[in-house]
Each structure stands twice: as structure tokens, then as C-alpha cells.
Design a protein around this ligand. Structure first.
Ligand SMILES: Nc1nc2c(ncn2[C@@H]2O[C@H](COP(=O)(O)OP(=O)(O)OP(=O)(O)O)[C@@H](O)[C@H]2O)c(=O)[nH]1
Length: 202
């Protein structure tokens, strides 16, 4: 295992949403004999030394035996969860992933992690045809102040936040060229999307 294989970055799983469109907690949707969040933990464990769950209902996640961090300002959406996760992270960078991304792929994360080494960026975010994927991205603790300001000003859009910090964009083409599976960025919001996903995988 090389020294970056278990580098000093925290993995943050965002699981503090309402899952209104899905109608059931997305973190616990099943694929095979595991839930989405268990699939993610199994992968992140092999990359990061610390994993924390960003959520507000502790009782749902206690059995996973990982630290759970509540939002500093609840009800502000993913930006609030990321900010709280970063504040509690042991390390100066964190990889953030939404709990509704079951196609999580170790190679994609490790590729992006290599870009953290330069230490010049506040955020490292992939870009697909849908635009930036800020819920599958690396964040520096340098972001905390700007995030807090956005939260206080109710400026909660991730795209607005990204314009206020120093961002390294990782284009889809760059990932495809290096043979990475960009399915990693797909998230599932509705039961229909979940059903399609399951039938595709069978
Ligand atoms: N910690 C935290 N995470 C959140 C919050 N809102 C959303 N998330 C997480 O961010 C990711 C994307 O969430 P969304 O799909 O935008 O929102 P959602 O509330 O999960 O789902 P909908 O109610 O259908 O919009 C998911 O992993 C959510 O668990 C929040 O207020 N706090």
C-alpha cells in the first residue's frame, strides 16, 4: 500500500437529508445484502483513515459505529452538512459523498485524491454533462469560514459557494481518458430511479 493509499483525509458521508422524493431514507436502500451507506463505508474505509457521518437523527446511524456529526445550523441542506463535517474532521481535507450515490468507485476517488497533494485548492470537484458534482468532491478546511458566511446569509446553493473559493475542476473527459468509471457520480432521488438502477444491475 503506498503512502497515499490511506492518506490523511477524512471521508464524510452526507446523510442528513429528508429523502422526500424517495419516500424512504436513501442511506438504507438496499443493493444486494448491503445498504447504500454500508457500500460506501466499505469503500471509504480502504481509502481514508477517518470516516464520519453527517446526520441529525443519531439513532438511525449508531449501529454503523462511526462518529455522527449534527449540522451546526440544521435545515440548511448539504452545505450545512458539509460545513459541520469539515469542522469536525481530524484532517485538513475531506472527501464528501452524498448517501444516495451507490455507484461509488474507489479508483475515481483515489484519482481525485492525488490532486489534493498540491495543496493549492479549496475544493476539487468533478464535472459531468450535468455540471459540477459537489456532493462527490474534496474540500479543504479553508472552506469553513466561507461556508459559514453562506449559511448565515441563506445563500445555500452549492454552485454559489463554489464561485467563492479556489476550485480545481476535474472534467469528465479527464476521468474517461484515465479509464475511470464516471457512473460513480450518479445519484438516485426517486423510487423510479432506484428501480431502474436495480434492474440495470441484475
Ligand atoms: N447533513 C445534512 N445532509 C443533507 C441535508 N440535506 C440534504 N443532505 C444530504 O445531501 C445529499 C443530497 O440531498 P438531496 O437529494 O438534495 O436532498 P434530500 O433531502 O436527501 O432529498 P429530497 O428531500 O428528496 O430533496 C443526501 O446525501 C442528503 O442526505 C442537510 O440539511 N443536512
Amino acid at each position: 500500500m503506498n503512502k497515499w493509499e490511506m492518506c490523511k483525509v477524512t471521508g464524510i458521508i452526507l446523510a442528513g437529508g429528508k429523502s422526500t422524493r424517495m419516500g424512504t431514507n436513501k442511506a438504507f436502500l438496499a443493493y444486494g445484502n448491503k445498504s447504500f451507506i454500508e457500500i460506501q463505508i466499505d469503500i471509504l474505509r480502504h481509502i481514508f483513515r477517518e470516516i464520519i457521518i453527517s446526520a441529525n437523527d443519531f439513532s438511525l446511524y449508531e449501529h454503523l459505529q462511526l462518529p455522527i456529526v449534527p449540522d451546526v445550523m440544521p435545515g440548511k441542506g448539504p452545505l450545512g452538512g458539509i460545513c459541520a463535517g469539515l469542522i469536525h474532521s481530524k484532517y485538513s481535507y475531506a472527501f464528501v459523498i452524498a448517501c444516495d450515490m451507490p455507484f461509488i468507485n474507489k479508483e475515481v476517488i483515489v484519482y481525485m485524491k492525488e490532486l489534493v497533494k498540491g495543496d493549492n485548492y479549496d475544493v476539487i470537484v468533478p464535472h459531468t454533462v450535468r455540471g459540477p458534482e459537489p456532493l462527490h468532491a474534496f474540500y479543504s478546511k479553508n472552506c469553513i469560514q466561507t461556508m459559514q458566511r453562506c449559511l448565515e446569509e441563506e445563500d445555500l446553493r452549492m454552485s454559489d459557494f463554489l464561485q467563492k473559493v479556489n476550485v480545481r475542476h476535474v472534467n469528465e473527459e479527464e476521468l474517461i481518458k484515465s479509464g475511470k468509471d464516471i457512473k460513480s457520480f450518479i445519484n438516485l432521488n426517486t423510487y423510479r430511479e432506484y428501480e431502474d438502477y436495480r434492474s440495470e444491475c441484475n
